[in-house]
Design a binder for this molecule. Structure first.
Ligand code: ASP
Length: 444
């Protein structure tokens, strides 16, 4: 059985048993008098077992983010050698990622999918997951002046920020400050003489590989971990879980569709001067492959073929933009991460101020650069962002069940976005200057 099939089986089993247990022990159920013993089993046995899988992921969130953003930025930022291709790619990537996260923020604030949960269930969830819940929520909602918040993103001491990235009392910029530091390192590495930075580059590439390998270990435990976390959530929320999940899924799909069918056609028409219908017709092979593999990296060979043969994009533009894009241009992932983090914050009653939502948005744009183009690549980044805004990471159990399907959809957007950027960069077959091969490495 493939890994994703095993995870699915674990999840279905966990959810079914959790729902059954919730019903058996609910007031009016056959075992109503023993509800405290169900609570004991969940708190002392089932949830800790589920947490093993999550803690292995937490362990590598910082080195993964650091190395992935450094490598992703190096790939994107080699502006000196890439001339106009590099500059155009960078600008359009940042623009599209910003728009996708803007859509995410707008939809979650308008539709409020996390508020589908009843107040009573929310209180039970918060009490169960947040330890000193009220304190955490107060801290999370505590707004700082915008100027101080923005200043804190430039860390005075990146090591201190990394060590305290998930510490709710950290007065600094936390995870976002670590991301900004990584961005600076990545940019500096493209400017510094390559022969003097080759060893450091090797260190970051090695750090990225090791972090991904450890995530791979965690994923081996995922079927059991997901079963336990799914059991705990289903026993506590009952059928409400599915209603809330339905609202969440609809919000993500609406956001992805808006970006795919409104923003991309506008960009194609205005910036690339192409017919969107013909573009989508030409790009369909890559889109279908992205949907079925859930991996931008695995789709890359097809995207390259489609770009050159069906969309008439010059090979040297296609090679650069698509290779970098498979790693660093992930609009679907950024949109999904934004909706997921804000949705889970709503579920846990964490009221984020406007400034805090802007921080989440910035983290999601950078997380888009740092997410690996593999199935479930965004999972560790979502966990990192959740922890940094004081939403318990177990919250991720709520969305794991639907994640594979949403991964297929967001990967389709990621891959389409890479082709759109390539079309804009190569507008009218203009000569866009010299291109060289981007560096190896596959984060983002
Ligand atoms: N599966 C996505 C991709 O390959 C990454 C993610 O969002 O998990 O593009």
């Amino acid at each position: 059985m493939s890994r994703s099939a095993r995870i699915l089986v674990g999840l279905v089993l966990g959810l079914t048993l959790g729902l059954a247990a919730g019903w058996l022990f609910a007031s009016g159920g056959p075992l109503a008098g023993h509800v405290s013993s169900l609570g004991w089993w969940i708190d002392e046995v089932i949830q800790p077992v589920g947490r093993i899988f999550l803690r292995i992921i937490f362990m590598v969130v910082i080195p993964l983010i650091l190395s992935a953003i450094v490598i992703g930025t190096m790939e994107m930022g080699d502006i000196r050698t890439l001339g106009r291709i590099g500059v155009r790619t960078l600008l359009i990537t940042v623009l599209l990622s910003g728009v996708s996260v803007g859509i995410a923020l707008g939809l979650v604030n308008i539709l409020r999918p996390g508020h589908a949960l009843s107040g009573e269930k929310r209180d039970a969830l918060v009490a169960a997951y947040s330890g000193d819940s009220q304190k955490n929520i107060e801290r999370a909602g505590r707004a700082r002046p915008l100027s101080q918040t923005l200043l804190n993103f430039i860390p005075e001491n990146p090591l201190a920020e990394a060590a305290n990235a998930f510490n709710p009392d950290n007065p600094g910029g936390g995870l976002l400050a670590v991301m900004v530091f990584s961005l600076f390192v990545g940019v500096a590495m493209t400017v510094a003489p390559p022969e003097r930075t080759a060893a450091l580059r090797g260190v970051f590439e090695g750090m990225f590989e090791v972090s991904m390998t450890i995530i791979g270990f965690a994923l081996r435990l995922a079927p059991l971990g997901v079963a336990c976390l799914g059991f705990a959530v289903a026993a506590r929320l009952g059928a409400d879980l599915f209603v809330t999940l339905g609202f969440y899924t609809a919000t993500v799909l609406l956001g992805l569709s808006l970006h795919q069918f409104v923003i991309y056609p506008l960009v194609l028409r205005i910036l690339a001067r192409r017919s969107p219908v013909e573009f989508f017709r030409g790009a369909k092979d890559a889109m279908v492959t992205a949907f079925s593999t859930s991996s931008s990296n695995a789709t890359l060979p097809i995207s390259l073929r489609v770009a050159e043969n069906d969309l008439g994009i010059p090979p040297r533009v296609a090679r650069f933009v698509l290779t970098v894009g498979a790693s660093a241009n992930q609009n679907g992932t950024a949109l999904y991460e934004g909706i997921t983090v804000l949705f889970l914050a709503q579920v846990f009653g964490v009221d984020l101020s406007f400034a805090q939502q802007v921080v989440v948005a910035l983290m999601c744009v950078m997380a888009g650069i740092g997410t690996a183009g593999v199935p479930g690549g965004s999972l560790p980044l979502v966990v990192g962002v959740l922890l940094s805004i004081n939403v318990p990471a177990e919250a991720i159990a709520i969305i794991l069940g639907i994640d594979r399907f949403l991964d297929m959809c967001r990967t389709t957007l990621n891959v389409t976005g890479d082709l759109v950027v390539a079309a804009v960069v190569s507008r009218d077959g203009e000569d866009v200057g010299p291109a060289s091969e981007p560096c190896a490495g596959s984060p983002g």
